[in-house]
Design a protein around this ligand. Sequence first.
Ligand code: PHB
Length: 389
Amino acid sequence: MRLNPFVTTLALTFSALTSLSAQAQNTTPIKVGLMLPATGTFAALGSMIESGFKLYVQEQGGKLAGREIQYFKVDDESEPSKATDNVNKLIKRDNVDVLVGTVHSGVALAMAKAAKDSNTLLIVPNAGADAITGAMCAPNIVRSSFSNWQPGYSTGVVAAQKGYKRAMTITWNYTAGNETVKGFTEAFEMGGGKVMKGLTLSFPNVEFQALLTEIAAQKPDVVFAFFAGDGAVKFVKDYAAAGLNKSIPLFGSGFLTDGTLEAQGAAAQGLFTTLHYADNLDTPRNNAFRKSFALTYKANADVYAVQGYDAAQILAAGLKAVNGDLSKREALTAAMHKTTVDSPRGKFTLSPAGNPVQDMYLREAKGINNEFRGVAVKALADPARGCKL
Ligand code: PHB
């Protein structure tokens, strides 16, 4: 067949032009919207996530799949009532390509809704709200951290194995606290224990005295607590100051002692928790990460830094699969979901719903480290209740 030279030239010109425009687009920076707490009880957590994310990007020479990364930032204050307005600053005003956030489950639920409505990519680097990779699951949403159910469940397994029968729980009355306690209760009661009573106070209050008095009066075999950040520091100190650490073992999801041990001091020593990270995991990957983090920030990494670092790794995996071309959305999100993340916590994959399938470690607080004491539950996958993809 003879080709009409005019048509061939036109076709060639057109394809040259489209590939030029794709190239031009691929030389502009990728806009990453960091929505994290910079103030309030979770401020330190937000800062560690940001440091971890930026560390990975810096280790790649400041670019992912050949494209510069440009950051836009909003302080979400861990305030759900401001969350929709805040996330829309990043989506509508700054026009970001990908959202990274946040710490607080209530704020993250609003982010997930906005991400779904606008089809913006969202990587959740902490908040465990079960629905994000449950009923609200979507191809454009993944999580680099955990579901609230996971550390609650694995701590329940351990507490039951230790032979405790009567537990009390204590937490803030909000999504993360309630779902973590639910996970704990599920495993603890399946293992033969019984949760006698659940105590709560509203987020982010730290007036624990009346609740500690009630624990002292009821004398359970074990207490399970979910608190994090500054609230966790105060709770662990108050528990010890009330003398309860001498009589009633305190267990928690690892957030109770992660990023907080320096401030908690003697009060936290010997506490057992479970989480998907332990500071002293003696692997080349974790050692290299901790060294790089310490050199860059003059501070010790914690689980939040790991989750930020891994959020960047998941984004990088997606971008690599499409050569940095964000218009290839389906291939990009598929690659993000399919990646095996070479995390400082150990390699992990994502479930179809986009949540890490990961080993949960038993840790003990020693000095300023949460030390590895064993695997509490291997390759724990969130049940992703309500997820229809
Ligand atoms: C949450 O709100 O989901 C949350 C906050 C802090 C943590 C863990 C979970 O350390």
